[in-house]
Ligand binder design. Structure first.
Ligand SMILES: *Cc1c(COP(=O)(O)O)cnc(C)c1O
Length: 401
């Protein structure tokens, strides 16, 4: 049997962090909902400063047996030393930002990313004295230009919501490090099955576990993976002090979802490939964006950096706002709903001007570039695990208006 250090993702997703194999031990990951654990009267004190990496469990917010298995498994899948799980993807991002950045610091952020992250950066961080520059992170020169002496953190998303733009993680990490900053990568859409940002030089990987890792659309969670030292510090600040940690039941659901992540990603990808083949030839459809489409200018980065092209497709269409309404009324299988990465197919329309104004605050040439790609709006399709022919037939009848 190969050493666990050599296990491939499909094996790690099922076994990394597993417990005892002694006779009588449970086969599977036990759900431990306890909020307190028997304490050593001569051991740990009451302050977060007493938390050592090898300390026994003490109080659920500090760490708990169910989350610990999930954290070990995610760290193994990402090739990182340590992981901290959070109540949501946004709790992970805000926990990382607010732990790493203080008044006077500067953040360089993708100018296209998850809307909640963009809004946090534009609407909350400046009020705390944290300066933010947004930049097209697929353009290395632009990232280098955005760096300042007080830049502490770069945060990018690849593929980035909703254009599925890809950034060269290794190139951006080099620029961040040369400027004395760290880099965090939101790899929610890629998942560790596709991309392992730490191996490419990133300091932190961030996930919304709510999406592909949970996979079934029934639990909310987030995670940050990095070095043992960095995650230890984050556990004290963002975990123990901010308190937005993952609850044990959600951690257990994530572990259950994670078991099938590699198998699901393979099917999401092959279904997406079939749907892209259909959309690219439909007269009503304009631009079709999918990391695995060779026609895309960033295909080369995707090929190099993604071992799986994921199930996310964005596309434009003639009369798209009217089509969004028609989809809502006509689709029988694909759900008109937000979110992504679930077993079920989901579609949602993202009008360009709303997003540019309220979330991205893009103007001038950057706004023009977004408009040139997204037109008046983008449909974001999260291709599920239904039969590909059934998904295509549903889209076809939905488009016949
Ligand atoms: C959904 C999402 C988030 C936020 O995660 P929640 O679990 O909904 O808080 C962050 N980044 C990306 C890329 C996402 O898709």
């Amino acid at each position: 049997m190969p050493d666990p250090a050599d296990w491939k993702p499909a094996t790690l997703a099922l076994h990394a962090g597993d417990g005892s194999r002694e006779p009588g031990a449970p086969l599977g990951n036990p759900l431990v909902p306890a909020t307190s654990f028997y304490a050593d009267p001569d051991g740990i004190g009451f302050s977060a400063a007493d938390l050592k990496a090898d300390a026994p469990h003490f109080y659920v917010r500090w760490g708990n047996p169910t989350a610990a298995v999930l954290e070990a498994r995610l760290a193994a899948l990402e090739g990182g030393e340590s992981c901290l799980t959070f109540a949501s993807g946004m709790a992970a991002v805000s926990g990382l930002f607010l732990s790493k950045l203080k008044s006077g610091d500067h953040l360089v952020l993708s100018n296209i990313c998850y809307a909640g992250v963009a809004e946090l950066a534009h609407d909350v961080l400046p009020g705390l004295g944290i300066a933010v520059t947004t930049v097209d992170e697929s353009d290395a020169a632009a990232v280098a230009n955005a760096m300042r002496p007080e830049t502490r953190l770069g945060h990018i998303e690849t593929p980035a919501n909703p254009l599925l733009r890809r950034a060269d993680i290794a190139a951006v990490a080099k620029i961040a490090h040369a400027g004395g900053a760290e880099l965090s990568v939101d790899a929610t859409m890629a998942t560790p099955v596709a991309t392992r940002p730490l191996a490419l030089g990133a300091d932190f990987v961030v996930h919304s576990l709510t999406k592909y890792i949970c996979g079934h659309g029934d639990a909310l969670g987030g995670a940050v993976i990095g070095t043992a030292d960095a995650i230890g510090t984050l556990r004290t600040s963002a975990g123990i002090h901010f308190g937005g940690v993952l609850n044990p039941f959600a951690a257990w659901l994530m572990l259950r979802g994670l078991e099938t992540l590699p198998a699901r990603m393979a099917l999401h990808e092959s279904n997406a490939r079939a749907v892209v083949g259909f959309l690219e030839h439909h007269p009503r459809i304009g631009r079709v964006i999918w990391p695995g489409a060779a026609s895309h200018p960033e295909y080369e980065i995707a090929r190099r950096q993604m071992a799986n092209f994921s199930g996310m497709i964005s596309f434009t269409a003639k009369n798209s706002a009217a089509l969004a309404t028609a989809f809502g009324a006509r689709l029988k299988l694909v759900a008109y709903a937000v979110s992504l990465g679930k077993t079920r197919s989901l579609i949602f329309y993202i009008p360009t001007e709303d997003l540019l104004r309220t979330s991205f605050h893009l103007a001038g040439a950057e706004a023009e570039k977004y408009r040139s790609l997204a037109g008046e709006g983008l449909f974001r399709l999260s291709v599920g695990l239904e039969d590909a022919g059934d998904i295509i037939a549903d889209l076809e009848q939905g488009l016949a208006v």
